[in-house]
Design a binder for this molecule. Structure first.
Ligand code: 13P
Length: 261
């Protein structure tokens, strides 16, 4: 059975003080939630807030720390980058790799995502590998091909057990920050395709274990229907993760839907 995940991607938002306030608020609100029922909860602040948030999570309530990106080399002359061991050093557990905003604005390729995934797993951390088609690709009927290709390159040469512990987020680019959520059954169809691709390039066992999230305008009003789908294992959330009230509603919505995925 795959444990659901609710992961917040805070993107380029919040000062250290604001980050601490948000996490404190979430901590208090989920304090009494049943530990057996609660999904894996992840918050991913900007790099400058990570250490301060890590410090208040140390004796926290099972909220995991995520980073929004990393570099694949451990150290060296790579100005501006942050490495996986450095993130591990401050208790980061999950690292987002290949978010569409990094692909779109910073030219990140699938080959780079693959190098990042390898580095993250080599240091015992868990990658959240993002994929998804643009509006133009969807309208041209290329969704399946685009997503399949991304996943195949992103996971290239990873061992079966590494893939099994990884997380993939299917985030259609046209649904991110637009308020246009991908229809749940369609999101589930693409996520099933991703799972079958994992089975093809790795094994059925890895495909059954890997957690695949949906991302793109997820809100408290959409989460229950999304979580009711056979293959959606949780959500990677932007806007709605910036308000404790909304983020906690997503956690609650996930807990209401008990499935045997
Ligand atoms: P929104 O939830 O704001 O659409 O962002 C989704 C996303 O990009 C999460 O990584």
């Amino acid at each position: 059975m795959r444990k659901p995940i609710i992961a917040g991607n805070w993107k380029l938002n919040k000062t250290v003080e604001e980050s601490i306030a948000l996490v404190e608020d979430i901590k208090v609100k989920i304090m009494d939630f049943d530990k057996d029922q609660i999904p894996t909860v992840i918050v991913s602040p900007v790099f400058t807030s990570l250490k301060s948030v890590a410090d208040i999570l140390e004796h926290g309530q099972g909220i995991y720390l995520g980073a929004q990106d990393c570099y694949w080399e451990d150290s060296g002359a790579f100005t501006g980058e942050v490495s996986v061991p450095m993130l591990k050093d401050i208790c980061v557990t999950y690292i987002i790799a290949g978010h569409s905003e990094r692909r779109q604005y910073f030219g990140e390729t699938d080959e780079a995502v693959n190098l990042k995934a390898k580095a993250i797993l080599a240091h015992g951390l868990i990658p959240i590998i993002c994929c998804g088609e643009t509006l133009g690709q969807r309208e041209a009927g290329q969704t399946d091909e685009v997503v399949k290709n991304q996943v195949t390159v992103d996971l290239k040469d990873l061992a079966e057990e590494q893939i099994a512990k990884s997380v993939i987020a299917y985030e259609p680019v046209w649904a991110i920050g637009t308020g246009k959520t991908c229809e749940s059954r369609e999101a589930n169809r693409v996520i099933k395709l991703i799972r079958d691709t994992v089975a093809e390039i790795s094994s059925r066992d890895a495909a059954d274990k890997i957690r695949i999230l949906y991302g793109g305008s997820v809100k408290p009003s959409t989460i229950e229907e999304q979580m009711s789908q056979s293959d959606i294992d949780g959500a990677l959330v932007g806007g709605a993760s910036l308000k404790a009230e909304d983020f906690v509603q997503l956690i609650k919505g996930t807990m209401l839907i008990r499935t045997s995925k």
